[in-house]
Each structure stands twice: as C-alpha cells, then as structure tokens.
Design a protein around this ligand. Structure first.
Ligand code: ADP
Length: 538
C-alpha cells in the first residue's frame, strides 16, 4: 500500500485516542475506547505491516494522555503492549486461523468476527492492562475486578459498535475506490441506498433521539435494544448495525455534549449489568439482522434458479419435440426411397435413389453431431488449454471439404494475427465449426461469383481476443439478424440446416464468458465476430 496509508493510520488512531479521552473514567480506564476499534478495521484494509507498528507507536505516546507522566516514559512502552496485542490476536485468529471474511457477508462471518475477532482477544488484553496498572502502582487490587468489567464493556461496545457497520458498508466502497491492500474478489459492489429504507430509518432515528431527552438510558435501555431488533427483523443486517451505532452515539456520546441529557451513572455494578444487557440486545439485533439478510439472499438465489429451471424445462420440451421431428423427417424420406427403389427395375434410377438416401444420411449425421455438441457444451467441464488457432481452423475446414461446392471457395487464413490462445478447446471448436459451416452453406451459387471466407484473429487488449469470420455469401436480412441465435430458428423453410447451429455456438460462447455478434448485409455477405478472453495473461 502507498505511504499515505501509514500516515492515515497514525492520524486516525490519534484522533480515536483523543475522542476516547473524553470518556476517561480513571487512569487507564475508559467507557469508550476507539483506537482498538479503528485498528481492527484498518488492519483488514491495509494489513498488519502498516497497522501494527502505527498502533504500538500511537499507544506508546498516548499513555502520556492517560495520565502517566513523561518522567515515567519507560512505562509507556509497557502500557502500549496490551492493546497492540489485542489487534494482532484479533487479526491472527479471524483472518489467518479461521479465514474470516471481514466484509461480513453472512452469519458465519459475523459470529466468527464477534467471537474470535472481538470477544476472545479482549480477554488477555484487559487482564494484561489491569495487571500492569496494579503492578506499576497506578491502581490497587481493590478496583481490579470492577475495572476489568468496565474496560471490557467499554472496549467491546466500541469495537462491536463501530467495526461492524464500517467493515460491512465501507469495505465495498474502499474496494471500488482501489484503496484496499489485496482486495478479495468476493467483496461485493457498494450496497445501494434504498429510499424507502432511508425514510423509515430516519423516522426511527428521530423517535430514538426524542427518547434520549425524555427517558434515562439506564432505566429504559431495553427499549433501545428492541428498536434495533425491530430494524434487524425488518431491514436486515446493515440497517441493524447502523441503528446499534446510532443508539450508541446518542446514549454515550451525546450526553457528553449536551448537558441536559442524563448521563449514565458510572462505576456501580448494577450499571455494568445494564451495559451488558444492552450490549447483548445489540448483539442479538445484529445477528437477527444478518440471519434475515441471509434468508433474503438465499430466497433471491432460489427464485433465480427456479426461473432458470423453468426456462430450461420449456427449452427441453421444445427441444425434444423439434429433435424428434427433425430426426424422423430424413428417416421417413430414406424409408420411402428404399421402398421405391425396391419396386424400380431401372438400374440408373437406383443410383439416383442412393444419392438421395446419402443426402438424407449426411443431413441426419450433421444433425446428430449438432445435438452431441449441444450436450457436450451443457455437460462438459471447462478445460483451459493452449490452442493453435490456425491448426484448429484447418481441422474444421478439412471436415467441410466434402460439402457441396467447397472447392470453389477461397479460404483466407492470412490474417490470423494471433496464433495461440488459452481457452476451452471444446467450446471454441463448437463455435468456429458452426460459423464456418454456415459460411460455406450460405454461399451464393451462380456462375461468375467468386466465393471467399476470411478468418482473422487479433488481440484487443492484454486479455481479450477477437476472431472474425467473414463471407461474401447470401447475407442476412436485418430483421432476421436478432433471431438467428434462437433455438431452431432458420432463415427460410428451404434452409438446409436444423436451426440449432448458432444457438449452440451462442451457448458455448456464453459458457466461456465470450460473445458472438453478427454484422451482415443482405445480398452481400456476413461477418460474425467472436469476443473471447485469452486466459494466457492471467
Ligand atoms: P442452420 O442449422 O439452419 O444453419 P443456424 O442457427 O446455424 O441454423 O443459422 C440460423 C439461420 O441464420 C440460418 O438458417 C441462415 O438463414 C442464417 N445464417 C447463419 N449464418 C449465415 C451466413 N453465414 N450467411 C447467411 N445466412 C446465415
């Protein structure tokens, strides 16, 4: 990451320290502690090499503000250890050991973050800090347990409150802006802001704000939690953790700014229990919200899959109908020809019938090979390999050699600029085979016409390839061009094929994230372009 992330980390952590000082309760004890929350966020964005040293430096110098004077500077280095170790342990457990997703996309990652990202690493931190405070004579054993609870709650609430909404909402924005070190490919696009949610949430926030002025938090804390829970149930994870944080701001921070709001009395064990109860409600609101969001995501996926299944079923129906029709037509014609030739005495006629039978058999064979291509494309896994384009084209053309009039066509392969690509050979062969077969099949047949097929290929970027197949054949009417890729669409009743070729080619292209486009002028010729990824470069 660039140098400025180091500077930004230092500034953000120091700002966090200064805000937390407002919540200082005693030497080394605070109701709200931001640097740990901020470092847990930053370490996922910019990595431990940037954040850990900055965190230690910030904690060392900030010890002064927490009441350890300059003449005891050696102690600063000791006091900085617990919170730095919290961030290291949190990152190590969540990211390294459990491979957690820090953008919190599902219930597993949220629970994992809560447990191994916050709850577990806080325990050694708080104990180490409290022990140091007693050991270095800044506190006595009398307050040990009260302060352990106090600090634990302060840190849990601040880390949980801030880290969840920021990691969830801001991480996708950071990725989009290119500000993450090693961004994970699964991090989604920034979440859209829906108007209805904004309006309803704003109303709820207004009610909550009113509440702060009217009732005391330590008596009616559960109402806030219930609001959060409600938001979680209604809108899901993001809005729930935003509401949690808003409540936290108006019940913790606002009383520091506006004197008329009753501040929560501190230090007493009952109040600690209130904080614990409120935190638990906020945690359950976040978890409920996550579960609701997960259910919605799964439901959406299921609906999409159902639609696709429906579509596939319809296509299958049509497919079976057309296939049986197209298979039986040439078979019937063969049968008819066999019967006629049985009763014909004329030997010359027999040759004629055999020719016609051959035509039907060739047609059948072509059709069956198309169906095999279709099934191969559906069934076979993608297998990337090095493909020599010229050789592949030559192989396909070799098979077309025996088709009608092929010898009249001049084939130009001189513009294959790109010789080799890494792609799935089965799909590419299906695509090129169909396009070349059509280029041969739909040539104009009259004397004086010099039919040609031009095949060219070139790089359009480091990873993109364009293959073009051009002919000077019949061309395609513009109103037909949209439909030629449909299943069983044929340009005319007289068209020799089954109407499956381009459909299969399009499906095969889609399977390898490619695209086929048609450019054609009726009467002049057609050009089909195939856009593909060249996986060489990756
Ligand atoms: P078919 O099996 O009939 O060739 P395709 O799906 O391959 O089916 O093509 C659909 C229709 O598109 C064809 O019937 C034909 O009218 C038109 N077509 C495809 N390629 C060409 C081409 N190179 N030149 C002219 N027409 C074409």
């Amino acid at each position: 990451m660039p140098w400025w992330t180091v500077l930004a980390t230092a500034v953000i952590l120091q700002c966090g320290t200064q805000i937390s000082l407002l919540f200082k309760y005693d030497q080394g004890v605070a109701d709200y502690y931001l640097p740990t929350a901020l470092s847990v966020i930053l370490i996922h964005w910019w990595g431990p090499k940037v954040v850990i040293p900055m965190m230690y430096i910030n904690a060392t110098f900030s010890t002064y503000f927490w009441g350890i004077p300059a003449d005891r500077w050696a102690d600063w280095f000791l006091y900085a250890i617990p919170e730095t170790s919290f961030t290291i342990l949190s990152w190590f457990l969540f990211r390294r050991v459990f491979k957690g997703k820090y953008w919190l996309p599902d219930i597993q990652s949220v629970v994992l973050f809560l447990v191994v990202g916050i709850l577990v690493p806080i325990i050694p931190e708080i104990f180490a800090l409290q022990t140091l405070l007693v050991f270095l004579g800044d506190q006595t054993m009398e307050t040990f347990w009260t302060y352990v609870t106090r600090n634990w709650l302060g840190e849990f609430t601040s880390t949980f409150g801030l880290a969840l909404p920021v990691l969830f909402y801001v991480t996708p924005v950071m990725k989009k802006a290119g500000l993450l070190r090693k961004p994970d490919k699964d991090i989604p696009e920034p979440y859209p802001i829906r108007r209805r949610v904004v309006v309803e949430l704003s109303l709820i926030f207004c009610v909550l704000l009113l509440f702060v002025f009217l009732v005391e938090f330590h008596r009616f804390w559960y109402i806030y939690g219930l609001f959060s829970l409600l938001v979680g149930l209604r809108f899901g994870f993001g809005p729930a953790v935003l509401t949690n944080y808003f409540i936290f701001l108006i019940t913790y921070i606002l009383p520091k700014i506006i004197a008329s709001i009753n501040e929560v009395p501190k230090g007493d064990a009952d109040v600690n229990a209130v904080f614990l109860g409120a935190s638990l409600l906020f945690v359950s609101a976040a978890l409920t919200g996550r579960v609701i969001s997960d259910i919605r995501i799964t439901k959406g996926k299921l609906e999409k899959q159902n639609q696709e299944l429906d579509q596939t079923n319809k296509e299958l129906d049509r497919f079976v109908y057309s296939v049986s029709h197209d298979l039986s037509a040439p078979l019937k014609s063969i049968l008819g020809l066999v019967n006629i030739s049985r009763i014909t005495k004329e030997p010359n006629e027999h040759v004629n019938y055999l020719d016609r039978i051959e035509t039907s058999v060739v047609k059948l064979e072509a059709f069956i090979s198309e169906i095999l291509d279709y099934s191969r494309n559906k069934r076979q896994d993608i297998a990337i390999e090095q493909i020599r384009l010229k050789e592949l084209c030559a192989e396909i053309l070799e098979n077309l050699k025996y088709t009608n009039d092929f010898s009249r066509i001049s084939v130009d392969l001189s513009q294959l600029e790109l010789y080799e690509i890494r792609q799935d050979k089965t799909r590419l062969k299906i695509i090129l085979n169909n396009l070349l077969t059509n280029a041969v099949k739909f040539q104009k047949r009259f004397d004086g016409h010099l039919p040609y097929i031009k095949i060219s290929s070139r790089k359009t970027s480091d990873n993109d390839v364009l293959i073009e197949i051009e002919d000077n054949g019949e061309g395609i009417k513009s109103e037909m061009q949209e439909r030629i890729f449909d299943m069983f669409y044929r340009g005319s009743e007289k068209s020799p094929g089954s109407g499956l070729g381009l459909y299969i080619a399009k499906e095969a292209a889609m399977k390898i994230n490619g695209r086929i486009k048609v450019f054609s002028e009726y009467g002049k010729g057609s050009k089909f372009t195939v856009e593909l990824k060249n996986l060489n470069a990756n």
